[in-house]
Ligand binder design. Structure first.
Ligand code: SF4
Length: 409
């Protein structure tokens, strides 16, 4: 069943960050940021490769001193993805990063305020065809705007900050721009982006800044980013987590895949929530399966189900799955029982069959299996479990009897 619940994508101009198109009809891209010292070329490159493998299309590195700028000169030519230099206070670092060959700059308008410095950087970017992200941040909003809006960070203040910066760029005819208006407060961030989307057609970079460690950070970032994407707003995204940045890249990619905004490239693991019927520790098996698949490029939906009574039926749309029954795992492909394996081989069997499906296709894999036997064994385990557990696995009727007796006595 293919459908989309997303509003039509907002029309934006397109810019190029290296070879990655952002805005227009380009796919929404995923960004992340290294946490190494940029001067540590090998360490930073290692992290960039890990981020790219986890799904990042663009990576940002800080350019906070001369050593970092020199590091960028060595990193950019060896990076598998375009590099954005993060500039905070010193406009000369922006010029140095351009000399290093970065494919984009990020400027924080709250930190570089001198118009001649801003225009010097934009002019250099214009000559080189390098885009700039105007990165407004609620926590470092321009002090004058903060005061103007009553000593508070408001969506209006954040949008005005972006527009002021944009006006400097327009004065010199520079328009290779994307914009972000991030805040750590989710409703504030959502409203700021909504207002910004009304007044500009530049592509928007979405993020909830300083979202914090997972799982709360993941929830906050997803709440903000997904809400806007569902409204058709957003051209590139970044999760800002207090965690290994690989988690950021993975989360961004998984969100886009979950929303149908990116072709699946990796495993989509689904698992039942478990209940009184479960014949295995579903949480443990699902986690071990996730670890075993890691970041392998296997674009299949794989199901881990706690029992063979309901599992294969509930996960019939999955490409592949396993359901537990009486110390065995019943492997199924597209809802068809295929094989029975010992419980402790469930995870490795899932991985092996996933690889075979990718290599040979579903029909070829099914053709080599004794489907009748697998179906009979699954049915026999299903009936045995139903006989043992009945259709009331959580023992609700017995509990109701006890409650009635307690209340009646
Ligand atoms: S009935 Fe089976 S598949 Fe459904 S939640 Fe319970 S254990 Fe999982």
């Amino acid at each position: 069943m293919e459908f989309t619940a997303l509003a039509p994508r907002r029309r934006t101009r397109q810019i190029m960050v290296g070879d990655v198109a952002v805005g227009g009809d380009a796919a929404v891209s995923v960004q992340s940021m290294t946490v190494t010292k940029t001067a540590d070329v090998e360490g930073t490159l290692q992290q960039i490769y890990a981020l790219a493998a986890a799904g990042a299309d663009i990576v940002r590195c800080t350019c906070n001193d001369l050593e970092a700028a020199e590091g960028l000169a060595a990193i950019v030519p060896r990076s598998p993805v375009p590099i954005v230099a993060d500039i905070h206070h010193q406009y000369k670092m922006a010029l140095a990063a351009l000399e290093a060959g970065v494919q984009c700059l990020r400027l924080n308008p709250g930190n570089i305020r001198n118009p001649s410095h801003i225009k010097a950087v934009a002019g250099e970017c214009k000559d080189r065809g390098v885009p700039i992200r105007i990165g407004v941040n609620g926590g470092s909003l321009d002090k004058a705007l903060y005061a103007k809006y009553g000593g508070r960070v408001t969506p209006e203040a954040m949008v005005e900050s972006a527009q002021q910066e944009l006006a400097y760029f327009e004065e010199i005819g520079f328009d290779l721009v994307k914009i972000s208006v991030k805040a750590s407060n989710v409703p504030l961030m959502i409203e700021a982006y909504r207002q910004l989307a009304e007044v500009t057609d530049h592509p928007l970079h979405l993020g909830v800044t300083e979202a914090g460690p997972p799982p709360a950070g993941l929830v906050k970032a997803t709440a903000g980013i997904a809400t806007l994407l569902a409204e058709g707003i957003g051209d590139t995204i970044r999760y800002s987590l207090t965690a290994d940045p690989v988690e950021e890249a993975r989360a961004g990619r998984q969100l886009l895949e979950a929303m149908g905004l990116r072709e699946p490239k990796f495993i989509d693991l689904i698992a039942c929530p478990s209940c009184g019927r479960a014949e295995i520790d579903v949480i443990d098996v699902a986690k071990r399966a996730m670890d075993a698949f890691g970041d392998r490029e296997i674009p299949l939906q794989v199901a881990v189900m706690g029992c063979v009574v309901n599992g294969p039926g509930e996960a019939r749309d999955a490409d592949l799955g396993i359901a537990a029954g009486r110390r065995k795992g019943h492997l199924f492909i597209k809802g068809v029982n295929v094989r029975v394996v010992p419980e402790d081989e469930m995870v490795e069997t899932l991985v092996a069959y996933a690889e075979r499906i990718v290599a040979e296709g579903v029909d070829a894999v099914l053709a080599g299996e004794d489907l009748d036997r697998a179906r009979r064994e699954a049915e026999s385990d299903r009936l045995a479990l139903l006989g043992e557990q009945g259709d009331d696995a959580n023992d609700a009727r017995a509990r109701v009897e006890v409650i009635r007796k307690t209340v009646g006595s």
